[in-house]
Design a protein around this ligand. Structure first.
Ligand code: PMP
Ligand code: GLN
Length: 384
């Protein structure tokens, strides 16, 4: 293989899924719902496919109705004024959105600031662009960054900072104070933010998600990426989008044209329908996850693992140091083989030098049926 991909191994999600299957473990690893997409949203996709109107190439930037739905959604929830024609690009999930952002905004030799632990595709994306990742860790148990460490990460070569809020895997939703420091430093150093908000509607315990694009001076220097995967429990559809000021989006659009050109057409029709749903959909979605969070917390409470309730996402980072002596990968293997539950060890979400920061933690996902979460309680109680 080429040098640019030589160091890339199998993703942790593939690895753990295989192991979980091999040992028939209850899989609380990958953030993949074990329940279906709402039936009315699926029906829209079938209707679109059967209409005979939507089975050929969609326009490269995405169909007009979906671009308008993305702009209307950003206006409705965040008060953002997005140009549906020049300010939105429909992508093959947030994953392609982030890759197109990196390829379209970062030059070889540039530095990109990444908050650790990070979603696992960010760093390979940066490396494929020929750029250098610079890491700023979140410190457990509060999962906050040290303002001095953040400040020190900025150099004259910094081009982009990748932000993710609500944050996978820590469950943090960054506060206005935290975002203000990020914003201040990005403005001072003329840095663009790629903001990954795929968990935007997954806020828990009354926390509020603030998109960094809404902070003063940030709209012009932020590309926001999101996806239908989490919000509509449709991770298999891989429909996402990037939005922002047309000037920042220009490079992204150029890269998107030649990575994928256009995205699955009938599904775009269904996602446009989904985004336009009334507030009750989004409220019920949040309520459903709040109740699943409590089921997983209940399971962990009886296990000897400790954690802080997440402010968002469908993940909990749990500290296993009271019940197991070893690295997260070892604990995960033990948990799968001996206890029958799979989780995600965070080693692949850290740079080599920072793996020790997450050495007591593994990630559990609660995008699972209530029945599975109740079953987890029985299994995890065997850890004690
Ligand atoms: N960003 C984060 C933080 C994620 O957790 C995920 C996982 N789904 C993605 C991006 C990828 O999203 P998609 O499936 O839409 O490509
Ligand atoms: N976002 C999901 C997670 O973090 C799934 C990612 C993936 O399978 N690539 O678990």
């Amino acid at each position: 293989s080429a040098r640019r991909v030589e160091t890339f191994g199998t993703t942790i999600f593939t690895e753990i899924n295989q192991l979980a299957q091999q040992y028939s473990a209850l899989n609380l690893g990958q953030g993949k719902p074990d329940f279906d997409t709402p039936a009315d949203i699926v029906a829209e996709m079938i209707k679109a496919a059967q209409s005979g109107q939507h089975n050929q190439y969609a326009p490269g930037p995405g169909i007009a109705s979906l671009r308008h739905a993305v702009a209307n959604h950003a206006a409705r929830f965040y008060g953002l004024d997005i140009d549906p024609d020049q300010g939105v690009i429909v992508t093959a999930g947030a994953t392609e959105g982030i890759l197109s952002c990196v390829l379209g905004l970062v030059d070889p030799g540039d530095e990109v600031i990444v908050i650790e632990p990070f979603y696992d595709s960010y760093v390979p994306n940066i490396l494929m662009a020929g750029a250098t990742p610079v890491f700023v860790p979140l410190h457990p148990p509060t999962w906050t960054f040290d303002p001095d460490e953040l400040r020190a990460a900025f150099t004259p070569r910094t081009r982009v900072l990748i932000l993710n809020s609500p944050h996978n895997p820590s469950g943090r939703v960054f506060s206005r104070e935290e975002l203000s420091l990020v914003a201040e430093l990005c403005i001072e150093h003329n840095v663009i933010v790629i903001n990954d908000e795929v968990y935007e509607h997954l806020t828990l315990g009354g926390s509020t998600y603030i998109p960094i694009a809404t902070l003063p001076g940030m709209f012009e220097r932020t590309v926001t990426v999101s996806s239908a995967g989490k919000t509509f429990s449709a991770t298999g559809w891989k429909i996402g989008w990037a939005y922002g000021h047309p000037d920042v989006l220009d490079g992204v659009a150029r890269a998107h044209q030649f990575t994928i050109f256009a995205v699955h057409h009938p599904t775009q029709e269904a996602v446009a329908y989904a985004l336009n749903q009334p507030d009750s959909y989004y409220n019920n979605f949040r309520t459903m996850y709040q109740s699943k969070l409590h089921l997983l917390m209940d399971a962990l409470d009886g296990s000897g693992l400790t954690y802080r309730a997440p402010e968002g996402t469908y993940f909990i980072m749990a500290d296993f140091s009271a019940v197991f002596d070893g690295m997260p990968r070892d604990f995960t293997r033990y948990l799968i083989k001996e206890i029958g539950v799979a989780c995600i060890p965070p080693e692949s979400m850290y740079s080599k030098g920072h793996v020790h920061i997450g050495k007591n933690y593994v990630r559990f996902s609660f995008c699972k049926s209530d029945q599975a979460l109740v079953q987890a309680k029985g299994l995890l109680s065997k850890l004690r």
